[in-house]
Write a protein that binds this ligand. Structure first.
Ligand SMILES: Nc1ncnc2c1ncn2[C@@H]1O[C@H](COP(=O)(O)OP(=O)(O)OP(=O)(O)O)[C@@H](O)[C@H]1O
Ligand SMILES: [Mg+2]
Length: 395
């Protein structure tokens, strides 16, 4: 799949921008703060339905305006698709598919992107929320239906936390606890599906990430990915749940994936056993919102151990591995790769290796403040970005 045109209206610092692009590498060059990241953020929004740098959606609407529009033509073999998203400051966002009314949450069925950015170092060094977002963006790209499951889980979690807090404070808390059962069921149904999808992802991602690491770092180190789940460590009697024993601490790549039903049973048992602890704390302590994935290199966790260069190689490998996994299994073909400001951070050998690794993807968007930082072989279509205007330069 590839983008053939992008139009923006009142998106970030763009009042109006229209570009036509071909397959291969599209390089956006401009000084700091001109709108390079803004443009690729718009593209990435259509596939992830969020921003990679803010959770405040209205930040994407140009200041002083009420709505932003992102319109993208996609070419998928002979098929042309037009996606349009309208972000509204007040009221719900709107979407169109081939000019007919559509649901934004269906867009991941039509467009997949993989974005690399300097912030990816946080995948290794940052808190678990960074890694959960990495996993969740990918499970949505693999199974678009999961977008609704994740948002419904989020809502159920908020409701349940509110109830737990009031149950703790209210004298007649018991009534609330009956209502809590209903939310437990909802949390378990949705949460188990998320957990199983994440396990399946980690299993399938392990090999592509290992191959990517070797091609980017140029050595034979072995990265390993392992799910760390909150529900597997506590069983009915305070010990490990037998049904899930050996799961959380063994490499997910080598262990069987539990069924949604088995995961749901284990999740339910934990919630029942730990209810008083949760009421005391007034917050949901178990579930996919508490899970993490551990990245390790040669048997040592990357967090706290990996060198700066290794951390970079690992972060790039996670993205590249993800891109290769999507390429292998998606009906959409290659995901669109976005390399936002990545080359400036890399030494020459990593730059060249990354350039080689991405060069066989159908389309790659690259942003750079300094044109010279981008390997020569990738300078195919170059656009200059200047204060919210974008124009193709003569190569
Ligand atoms: N909602 C908005 N309305 C108007 N301007 C905005 C909005 N959001 C961001 N901007 C402006 O967009 C600019 C940042 O653009 P962007 O992040 O794309 O820069 P960039 O070209 O990627 O720069 P760098 O090389 O530093 O990464 C800033 O000047 C910021 O003030
Ligand atoms: Mg930028």
């Amino acid at each position: 799949m590839r983008v053939s045109s992008i139009s923006l209206r009142d998106f970030r610092n763009y009042a109006e921008a229209d570009i036509t692009v071909e397959d291969g590498c599209v390089v956006l060059v401009g000084s700091n703060g001109q709108g390079k990241t803004n443009l690729v953020e718009a593209l990435n929004f259509l596939s992830t339905l969020g921003s990679h740098r803010t959770s405040v959606e209205s930040a994407m609407i140009r200041s002083g305006q009420n709505a932003a529009i992102i319109r993208v033509h996609l070419a998928h073999q002979d098929r042309q698709i037009l996606l349009e998203a309208q972000l509204n400051r007040d009221g719900a966002n709107k979407a169109q598919f081939n000019r007919g009314a559509a649901k934004l949450r269906d867009f991941p069925r039509y467009i997949a992107t993989v974005l690399f950015a300097p912030e990816d170092l946080m995948l290794i060094r940052g808190d678990p929320a960074n890694r959960r977002k990495f996993l969740d963006d990918l499970i949505v790209a693999r199974v678009p239906r999961l977008y609704s499951v994740l948002s419904d889980y989020d809502r159920a979690l908020k409701q349940r936390n509110t109830l737990l807090k009031t149950a703790r404070l209210a004298a007649g808390g018991i009534d609330k606890l009956t209502t809590l059962d209903i939310w437990d069921d909802r949390l378990v149904t949705l949460g188990s599906e998320i957990m199983v999808e994440r396990q399946r992802l980690i299993r399938d991602l392990s090999t592509p990430v290992m191959m990517a690491y070797r091609s980017i770092a140029g050595d034979s180190h072995s990265p390993q990915l392992m799910m760390k789940e909150s529900i597997s460590v506590v069983g009915p009697d305070g010990h490990r749940d037998d049904e899930r024993a050996g799961h959380s601490d063994s490499a997910a790549g080598n262990s069987a994936i539990h069924s949604v039903a088995a995961t749901a049973r284990a999740f339910s048992r934990v919630l029942a056993a730990e209810r008083s602890a949760e009421v005391d704390r007034g917050v949901t302590l178990f579930g996919p919102h508490r899970d993490d994935v551990e990245f390790s290199l040669n048997g040592l966790p990357t967090k706290g151990y990996a060198s700066h260069g290794e951390t970079w190689s690992y972060a790039l490998s996670l993205r590249l591995g993800a891109a290769r996994l999507l390429r292998e299994e998606s009906v959409l073909g290659d995901p669109i790769l976005i390399l936002d400001d990545v080359f400036a951070e890399l030494d020459t050998s990593r730059r060249e290796r990354l350039a080689t690794a991405v060069s066989d993807f159908e389309q790659v968007f690259i942003t750079a403040a300094v044109r010279h930082d981008v390997p020569e072989s990738l300078l195919q279509q170059v656009f200059s970005v200047d204060r919210g205007t974008i124009a193709r330069t003569q190569e």
